[in-house]
Design a protein. Structure first.
Length: 251
């Protein structure tokens, strides 16, 4: 097929702000309370993953709520205080140890579910950001890109982000030199350079590749040696041969 090169490409639709439209549609059907939940910290090399769940009051929704990634740090801080003052909020932290044990996806889903359960009032419907539905007692709806679409999820994204940022600033005081207060544990060049120079801390996620490489360099005694299967097979063959020789000697 020949395409007309002179034809103009369709303009991309502008990205809109998160709205309360889906929540209001459920409220009209008599469904209430409605919660939104989101997490912060899946991608970093260090620190916990933080999940938050929020039930917004339809009559007291703070202005300016949107996907936390679209907001400045100062705007997030202000909205964090307003959300906590007007909505039902819960926060759950999945530690670095849990991430190492369960993997980052399972740790994140565990924290999200626990955040829903920890809400002061049990919701009848939950919106969660992403592809994975939660195993909750109520209906759960997964919304891809939900923090930029559903206002309750956006509110949860702000609470989770601000909470985790504060935790990482506290870890920066415990582990100077890594710049946690700046990059919040993400794998930026400054963080990778610090890992290479200083090695990993107890707060780094052991099985993330850059951390594992730094551990092998700075703490090689903590890295379990890989067993050579061919060497084991050779030993077993030698043992069997020795037994056969002994048996023939007796004859």
């Amino acid at each position: 097929m020949i395409r007309d090169k002179s034809a103009k490409k369709p303009a991309k639709a502008p990205v809109g702000k998160a709205s309360f439209r889906r929540e209001r549609a459920l409220i009209k059907r008599g469904v209430w309370p409605i919660a939104g939940c989101d997490e912060a910290g899946r991608g970093p090399l260090a620190g916990p993953v933080v999940a938050a769940a929020v039930i917004l009051d339809p009559d007291r929704i703070p202005r300016g709520i949107d996907d936390s990634k679209r907001l400045t740090a100062a705007a997030r801080e202000k909205l964090f205080d307003r959300i906590c003052a007007t909505a039902q909020v819960s926060v759950v932290v999945a530690s670095r140890a849990r991430i190492d044990r369960d993997n980052i996806l399972r740790a994140s889903l565990w924290a999200l579910k626990r955040a829903v359960v920890a809400l002061p009032e049990a919701p009848r419907h939950v919106f969660v950001d992403g592809r994975d539905r939660l195993d909750t007692e109520c209906d759960c709806e997964a919304v891809i890109g939900g923090d930029g679409i559903v206002l309750s999820i956006a509110a949860a994204s702000i609470v989770a982000k601000v909470t985790r940022d504060r935790l990482m600033c506290a870890l920066a005081q415990d582990c100077p030199g890594y710049g946690f207060e700046q990059h919040k544990g993400y794998g930026v060049p400054e963080h990778l350079d610090a890992l290479n120079r200083l090695g990993p801390t107890i707060h780094h996620r052991s099985f993330f590749a850059p951390v594992a490489a730094a551990r092998a360099k700075h703490m090689p005694w903590t890295v379990a040696p890989v067993q050579d299967l061919f060497e084991v097979t050779e030993v077993e063959v030698q043992v069997e041969t020795a037994i056969e020789i002994d048996a023939s000697a007796r004859l």
